[in-house]
Write a protein that binds this ligand. Structure first.
Ligand code: NOJ
Ligand code: CA
Length: 536
């Protein structure tokens, strides 16, 4: 794999700042690399693997929550926003990670969770102890009564209200261990500003903002007009009282102003709203730099769905002048290979989808392990940790299967932890040595090699990643025509079940399968395959 050459993060070269086209690699910290043998990934483990990320060719990493946590929701229940969970190391480890990353030309983006704290956060403890405390007004409490104050439901299942030991109700739109903050109390905003500065002063390059469409709730806590359903896009008008309140945009304006005081800080929001034009409003020029476009994460393998996912996002974000943040996988959804059909079929489609996303203009987010083609792991119920599994009484499988530790070496224990360590925090399937980095790194046909080649070409061709894109479909074929600096690259994806012939005036830059044939300007593209064509 070679050692990456050391380089400083480049200063902004032009009017186009780094985040507009950055390839961001999402590190699920607990599952990335364990340095001290306790079976839990940590900051020192990640730091030791930075040369891998630099070799792979990404620009930045986003690290899932690293804070001391109650452990009820994979770190998204935070007890102390200005500290590091001892499982992961300490603040000095984080500083060392950021410094090493910068030397390798990589930026580090942290996760921040402003919608809710842990129920073990000192504010919530004080609020429970004294209903009249200053801390109590930082959450949503309602007086003891028979019925909860309204019909709101938790996204993880069950009612959104639970009782305190003294009979009051408190609001939690996620697990009961995640009480929602009351952003109408100015002390909340003031404390988060301190948190942002704390980490920015330590050299991080911004934040992925959890539940950025939340924070404010209807001021009168009125009933939602419809029932929440965890289906395709969710979070539509039926949930109008809980999400997307207009006041929240002022928070992002304030956070943007804080980031603007730092050289390269950016915000990317998790905005799960059905209407992408509403999502884009979170990335107006004075708000967050990006907000995720989740359409492709939820699209079936289908030309119309993919074309719509791409076009709707391009249209919505161009209205506000923001780049699109493309997401094919993350720690909340089944792995792509499995979503697209599993096995060879799912792998072929995941390879093709990767080429499509890496061609598009904007900022793609790659989820750790997708570059290895990891499938959704089967996690035995007794090993599961996800509150979605527990709160649905086992009806929903939960998200553990996409959070299983990374396989690094095709040897005992797959190199996630040093030899002779504790068992990994989630069991790694017995056959995952076949996906290990060491098994793929010298294999010209591996998923890892495909990603590395694609990222290198994306960096070298301005049509890829930073140009203009025009999307079209013909039958089962989806084409994205990308232009930049006078260059044209067409990404053609065959989503059907028959080989298609495609004319080109140029040559194949990269193909997602070896079986793509190029003869006298005609490309034979097998099913579930994508190709990048550099046109003359
Ligand atoms: C979104 C995060 O991605 C997810 O993992 C978490 O459970 C919820 N927000 C609640 O914080
Ligand atoms: Ca560890």
């Amino acid at each position: 794999m070679g050692t990456a050459t050391e380089q400083q993060v480049a200063p902004e070269r032009s009017a186009s700042p780094w985040w507009r086209t950055a390839v961001v690699y999402q590190v699920y910290l607990r599952s990335f690399a364990d340095s001290n043998g306790d079976g839990i990934g940590d900051l020192a483990g990640l730091r030791a693997r930075l040369p891998y990320l630099s070799w792979l060719g990404v620009d930045a990493l986003w690290i899932n929550p690293h804070y001391p946590s109650g452990g009820a929701d994979g770190g998204y229940d935070i007890c102390d926003y200005r500290a590091v969970d001892p499982d992961y190391g300490d603040v000095a480890d984080l500083e060392a990670l950021v410094a090493d990353a910068r030397r390798l030309g990589l930026r580090v983006v942290l996760d921040v969770v402003p919608n809710h704290t842990s129920d073990r956060h000192p504010w919530f403890a004080a609020a429970l102890a004294d209903p009249d405390s200053a801390e109590a007004s930082r959450y949503h409490f309602a007086p003891a009564s028979e019925e909860p104050p309204n019909n709101w439901r938790s996204l993880f299942g069950g009612p959104a209200w639970s009782r305190t030991p003294d009979g009051r109700w408190y609001l939690h739109l996620f697990a009961p261990e995640q009480p929602d903050l009351n952003w109408r109390d100015p002390a909340v905003a003031a404390d988060f500003e301190k948190t942002l500065r704390f980490w920015l002063d330590r050299g991080v390059s911004g934040f992925r903002v959890d539940v950025a469409y939340g924070l404010f709730k209807d001021a009168q806590l009125r009933d939602n007009p419809g029932a929440y359903s965890p289906t395709l896009f969710g979070h539509g008008p039926e949930q109008a009282m809980t999400w997307n309140q207009p006041e929240v945009h002022d928070v992002w304006r304030q956070w943007r102003a804080v980031c603007d005081e730092y050289e390269d800080a950016m915000l990317v929001g998790e905005v799960c709203l059905a209407d992408l034009s509403q999502v884009a409003l979170y990335s107006r020029p004075d708000e967050m730099h990006q907000s995720f476009s989740f359409r492709l994460l939820k699209s079936p393998w289908d030309t119309a769905a993919f074309a719509d996912g791409v076009q709707t996002a391009l249209d919505a974000f161009s209205q506000v002048g923001a780049p699109v943040s493309w997401v094919l996988g993350n720690h909340d959804k089944d792995r792509q290979v499995t979503r697209f059909g599993g096995g060879e079929l799912g792998t072929a489609r995941a390879r093709a989808a990767a080429l499509m996303v890496l061609a598009l203009p904007g900022s793609p987010y790659l989820y750790a392990g997708d570059e290895l083609g990891l499938p959704q792991a089967v996690v035995p119920d007794e090993a599961k940790t996800d509150p979605i599994f527990f709160r649905s009484g086992g009806a929903r499988a939960g998200r553990d299967g996409c959070r299983v530790p990374m396989p690094w070496n095709a040897s005992d224990g797959v190199g996630f932890s040093p030899d002779g360590s504790a068992e990994p925090w989630l069991p790694i399937p017995a056959d995952w040595d076949r996906y290990a980095v060491s098994s793929q790194v010298r294999d010209g046909s591996s998923m890892l090699t495909l990603y590395r080649r694609a990222l290198a070409l994306r960096a070298a061709h301005s049509a890829l990643g930073s140009g203009e894109a025009v999307v079209s479909t013909q039958g089962d074929v989806l084409t994205v025509r990308c232009t930049g600096d006078g260059e044209v690259v067409r990404c053609v994806v065959n989503m059907g079940s028959e080989t298609v012939l495609e004319r080109t005036s140029g040559s194949v830059l990269l193909a997602s399968a070896a079986r793509v044939h190029d003869r006298a300007g005609t490309i034979a593209l097998p099913p579930n395959t994508a190709v990048w064509l550099l046109e003359d």
